[in-house]
Write a protein that binds this ligand. Structure first.
Ligand SMILES: [Fe+2]
Ligand SMILES: [Fe+2]
Length: 211
């Protein structure tokens, strides 16, 4: 805390004055503006403290996913989603998919947030049977309009991105994109486009449609 800066008068929120809350509102603006930097810091941390056993770090996994998406012609929302789909691994390892989705949800298309939120259950197709789980648990979403994009995301960019020999682009390449997306107006309906599925690049099986 910077002790030269003004602070609120209250010790319990219910005692705060309008002036207190206007002061907090002023501080929220620069704080929100630094969300991108905090998320980038978390990504860098995933290159240090990582889940052991894999052949690459979590940071490299995110970079590899995002690089594959970009090289396949994905747009900024998909590349951003691929980069951050596992950003929740550190703080919410038991529900990292939902945590990651909440981090990006205010700033990306609905289909991208849905995909990140559900990628965990879709990924089980590739390994669930080795633990005696139902690898087809994702079938409960078979009729959801995002089923195909989530399945494609996992097949093309997530499950495939554990290769130590892949030439991923560096984080510096994606940093401007991360800042651009977090600088969007939160929950802008023109960005979110709830109910619209545009599909993945080159995917002729899931053309743009609306539920
Ligand atoms: Fe994941
Ligand atoms: Fe992943």
């Amino acid at each position: 805390m910077d002790e030269r800066k003004p602070v609120v008068s209250f010790t319990q929120m219910k005692d705060g004055t309008k002036q207190d809350y206007l002061l907090l509102q002023e501080f929220e603006k620069p704080y929100h503006a630094l969300t991108a930097e905090r998320v980038l810091d978390e990504l860098r941390r995933q290159g240090e403290a990582t889940l052991e056993g894999y052949r690459i770090t979590r940071l490299e996994h995110g970079l590899q996913s995002a690089t594959r998406a970009e090289r396949e012609g994905a747009d900024i929302d998909w590349v951003f989603g691929a980069l951050l789909h596992d950003i929740g691994d550190g703080l919410a390892p038991q529900n990292h998919d939902r945590f990651s989705a909440e981090v990006i949800r205010p700033f990306v298309r609905w289909e991208v947030a849905w995909t990140v939120e559900h990628h965990g259950i879709f990924q089980m197709l590739y390994y669930g049977h080795h633990y005696g789980w139902d690898r087809n648990a994702r079938e409960e979403f078979r009729d959801h309009p995002c089923f195909d994009v989530c399945a494609g995301f996992c097949e093309r960019w997530d499950q495939s991105s554990f290769d130590p020999d892949y030439d991923s682009l560096p984080l510096a390449h994606f940093e401007p994109m991360v800042r651009t997306v977090f600088a969007r107006k939160a929950y802008d309906p023109d960005v979110i486009r709830e109910g619209v599925v545009t599909g993945l690049p080159g995917d002729v099986t899931s053309p743009a449609r609306r539920i």
